[in-house]
Design a protein around this ligand. Sequence first.
Ligand code: ADP
Length: 334
Amino acid sequence: DDVVAAGASLDDREFEAALRPRTLNELIGQDRVREQLSLVLEAALARGASPDHVLLSGPPGLGKTTLAMIIAHQISAPLRLTSGPAIQHAGDLAAILSGITEGDVLFIDEIHRMSRPAEELLYMAMEDFRVDVVVGKGPGATAIPLEIPPFTVVGATTRAGLLPGPLRDRFGFTAQLDFYEPAELHSIVDRSARLLDLRITDDGGREIAGRSRGTPRIANRLLRRVRDYAQVRGDGTVDETSARAALELYEVDPLGLDRLDRAVLHALCSSFGGGPVGLSTLAVAVAEERETVEEVAEPFLVRLGFLARTPRGRVATPAAWEHLGLPVPATSTT
Ligand code: ADP
């Protein structure tokens, strides 16, 4: 199963699967996307046709896979799951396409990580429902036409801008998922607690929601850590006291910054004097992939107003220094 973030344990996956909303009505937040998508799906159902291809973009854990599953569920279509890194050769995609049946939903996670030849094959399939599969190499190569029944691609990517224009243009509907508001995360935590049969107080839910980095996946994970704590050290109730104590123990800071977020801020402020510093240099300093820093850590730091992306590089804002408990340098600018 390659749709779950790397590093997730089997436990995490089962837990995620159990908490996944199954319909658009069960989904919390993302109101505009929900309304737009429900129109797309209802119209397709009324026409008896496959819905337009859908592109979902946004940081990890905001509900892209969940939405793909909901789309398939709402139109009662089978869902096939794959991911960009699993499609390195055009042949990998041809094999998937040849197994498509009419009305299928094909979910491609991390669609920006497909190889170029596979990308080209995909956008032909999306447009014409027909591709030429090249078999063999050199002068002996032959193109075998492959007809594909109407189907719907749901692509997920951390940023729509990472996709080449021609592929992006094949999606009839694109949605950008944003970080969730604390009140929405609070509702998500309450819903999860209900599904897990946990006692939770209003303050406990609010504390977890506030430290969830705007991300439902993280809200659900933190809830699980607090549940453990409450069971072992308390009477099992998820309240403000158990939430605070557990989250401190797991080094989730009051704004929800995780280890990587803090490492990036520390490097930026302490090693590079607040910047500007290039993305690659910053990534080396925290021993992470450039993409991870850019797609995972930065969006939330930008959202909090701790980091700014400028033409000359990444810059720390005075709020970043304050959050780290460091004196704001007189020369710090944003
Ligand atoms: P992504 O594919 O964007 O990385 P997922 O769809 O896997 O994110 O969502 C991660 C987890 O967060 C899922 O287990 C799901 O239960 C939960 N989740 C995501 N969005 C919502 C939402 N809007 N309401 C409730 N739970 C959500």
